[in-house]
Design a protein around this ligand. Structure first.
Ligand SMILES: *Cc1c(COP(=O)(O)O)cnc(C)c1O
Length: 399
């Protein structure tokens, strides 16, 4: 398929389909809510006043545009030109705020007074609590008990911001279960409540809507690369993939260039590599499943990537050969956090370090030849992971 004829990353087809993936597989009672949301998003997204309002909050509140920082030292060490799109510098410390500002403004436009959200690492919960505070909305965040333990600081942040945090005790007590619980709860309160979903997953229109709210990453990076690189566009664009929102937003800015698009999953949660087509949380995509077709557990050192599915557009881009999906191990990720910190003075999130880890490996094996230009989205900062890393280091020392 040529790029020009590729339907990739434009409007989804009728019913929210991306090729064989996507759709709206939800209980009957949620169909009207999803349809109303789609209608409201179409209307808002074609309204210049809404776009202007969002642009203003992005600039004066979230701190956009975020910098594109050359990784000077690492580039010299690796023999490639590595540029970092600094979503770690956005307000609340990750790309999640891009999506949440869009959805909160949309919720307000729809007359909703309350946001509910699911969260894994807690970054989306914090972003949702933040936007709720800003716009005077109530917020309830569903979070797996295991993640509550792993990410205690983010739980406290949400509480401080005025949100209610509901522990989810079912299943693996992580993001998958929190998402199921939030969807179940939404059925009972669609009248006054908007479900502020955190990634390019879920039923139509979420995968499309969230990608559109996140494409600000790719659009900014495209312009910044044009100013930074003699070739205009980079040879390779890389981002980590949990549900896939920072990657989708990044890829959207480069899908019409010749750049190789690489999504990096956690080896223990690699829906694109190890999954099979299936339905999870309202859409058809690639899903980790056991032999009986039950959704399998994901395991990653990064709570934000502990998710057995991936957004349907990634399944489509992967199937169409426009993007590739690779995996890195927890050990490679931990080494990457340290290497980036020492080389550049940037402590990134464990999730973001997946993308860094792949670049380190690929430069080492020669898969990225000398002189290759790489644009990497650093999806968030590492503050939330410090207690976890410190504990792991202490274990190491005592061994
Ligand atoms: C939530 C999160 C991710 C994973 O989510 P995507 O939807 O795949 O982007 C990655 N990095 C950080 C810092 C996060 O907070």
């Amino acid at each position: 398929m040529t790029l020009a004829s590729s339907p990739a990353m434009r409007l989804p087809a009728a019913g929210g389909r991306f090729g064989a993936f996507g759709g709206r597989f939800v209980p009957e009672s949620l169909i009207p809510a999803c349809a109303a949301l789609e209608e409201a998003f179409r209307d808002a997204w074609s309204d210049p006043a809404f776009r202007q309002q969002l642009d203003t909050f992005r600039a004066v509140y979230a701190g956009r545009p975020t910098a594109l920082t050359p990784a000077w030292n690492l580039s010299a060490e690796l023999g490639v030109t590595l540029l970092l799109k600094r979503e770690d510098l956005a307000h609340t410390g990750s790309h999640k705020i891009n999506n949440v500002l869009g959805q909160a403004l949309l919720a307000r436009r729809m007359g909703k007074t309350r946001l509910i959200a699911e969260t894994g690492a807690g970054q989306h919960g914090v972003a949702t609590a933040t936007a709720a505070a800003l716009f005077g909305l109530r917020a309830t965040v569903f979070m797996g008990e295991r993640d509550i333990e792993r990410q205690a600081l983010n739980v406290y942040r949400m509480t401080l911001l005025g949100a209610e945090v509901v522990p989810v005790t079912s299943g693996s007590r992580t993001l998958k279960d929190a998402t199921s619980e939030a969807m179940r709860h939404w059925v009972s309160c669609v009248e006054d409540t908007h479900f502020c979903l955190g990634s390019v997953t879920g039923p139509h229109p979420y995968p499309w809507m969230v990608r559109e709210f996140q494409r600000v990453i790719g659009d900014e990076a495209r312009r910044q690369c044009a100013a930074e690189l003699s070739a205009g566009a980079p040879d390779v664009v890389v981002a980590c993939v949990g549900g896939g929102s920072n990657a989708a937003g990044t890829f959207a800015g480069f899908v019409d260039t010749g750049a190789r698009l690489v999504g990096v999953e956690a080896a223990g949660g690699a829906a694109m590599t190890d999954g099979r087509p299936g339905v999870v949380h309202g859409s058809r995509s690639m899903v980790l499943q056991d032999d009986e077709g039950q959704i399998a557990e994901a395991h990653s050192v990064a709570a934000g990537l502990d998710y057995p599915g991936v957004g349907p557009e990634h399944a489509h881009l992967g199937g169409a050969g426009r993007a590739e999906y690779v995996t890195v191990t927890d050990d490679e990720v931990l080494a990457a956090v340290r290497r980036l910190a020492r080389a550049e003075g940037i402590i990134c999130a464990l999730e973001s370090a997946h993308a860094v880890a792949w670049v380190l490996r690929a430069a080492g094996t020669g898969e990225l030849p000398r002189g290759t230009t790489v644009m990497l989205t650093l999806s968030g900062r590492g503050d939330k992971d410090m207690a976890q890393l410190r504990e792991m280091d202490a274990l190491e020392v005592s061994r």
